[in-house]
Every structure is written in C-alpha cells, then in structure tokens.
Design a protein around this ligand. Structure first.
Ligand SMILES: [Zn+2]
Length: 149
C-alpha cells in the first residue's frame, strides 16, 4: 500500500461543510401505527425502530458524486478540495494540482495568473452568498495538501 500526496493551489473560499447539508426529521419505519400518535411516540410498537430519525440531505448545489477527474465533489460550478482528514474544504478556481498531470520529480510548480482575481471573487460571492456559504474573510489563495492512503 502506498500513499498519494497531492497539493493544490486554489483561489477561492473555505467552506463551512455543515452548511452543505440540511437535516430533516423523517419516519424511521413505514409501519401503519394505527391509533398510536407518531408525534408523541419514540419507538414503533410494531417493529421497534425509532419512529423518527434525522436524515442529512445535501443542498441542491452540492454534488458529492460529480465526475470531474479527481474532483468528485462540486459546489455549483466550483470543484472542492479537501484536506487529508476532510475537516476543511475549499471551493474555487484550482490553479494547479494533480489534475495538471504527472509532474514527476518537480518540487515546485508555477501557475500562471491569467485570472482576474476580482471577478473570481465577485462571481463566487454572487454564487455562494445566497447559499450562506460566502465568507469574505476566507477568500484568498489557499495551498491545500491532501494525502490519500
Ligand atoms: Zn415500525
């Protein structure tokens, strides 16, 4: 078994992952409980399961299974990059990363900056603010390391 180390340079914003999901209360079983009020009952008298459970649903803009090469998670038009432990996540324009191909033994890599950073920020704000995911003080150039093992 080996480990794959990847580094990314991302112009974008850190994402609060708790906002990528909504939590809703759903029935834990499909039993017809008859006269028993499901609102005031914790366990189903027929099957013993909890009557209600919390279910996390990704917000519509969050695609956990996007097929974009190594970036299999997307937020709207933006690809997401995660740290190794998946505790932190960044959305934005990826200036360079493993998707650029095999870099062999190169220790450093230059990404050209043809981008208009102000328009990237303005567009990201426009897309992410309505979702409650825009954080002005978290926009910048992020260097992100990810190790998969
Ligand atoms: Zn039941």
């Amino acid at each position: 078994m080996g480990a794959d180390y990847s580094s990314y340079a991302v112009v974008g914003v850190e994402i609060d992952q708790s906002k990528l999901f909504t939590t809703e209360k759903v029935r834990g079983c499909k039993c017809d409980m008859g006269d028993v009020n499901p609102e005031t009952t914790k366990f189903c008298p027929l099957c013993g399961k909890e009557v209600w459970k919390e279910e996390e649903t990704p917000i519509p803009a969050y695609n956990e299974d996007a097929d974009s090469g190594p970036f299999y998670r997307c937020l709207g038009p933006y690809m997401l990059v995660f740290t190794t432990d998946y505790r932190r996540c960044f959305a934005g324009v990826i200036l360079c990363g493993p998707a650029d191909g095999d870099r062999g033994d190169e220790d450093a890599l230059m990404a050209e900056l043809p981008y208009d950073l102000k328009s990237i920020r303005d567009e990201m704000r426009r897309q992410l603010e309505p979702l409650g995911l825009w954080q002005e003080d978290k926009f910048g150039l992020w260097a992100v390391q990810h190790c998969s093992y």
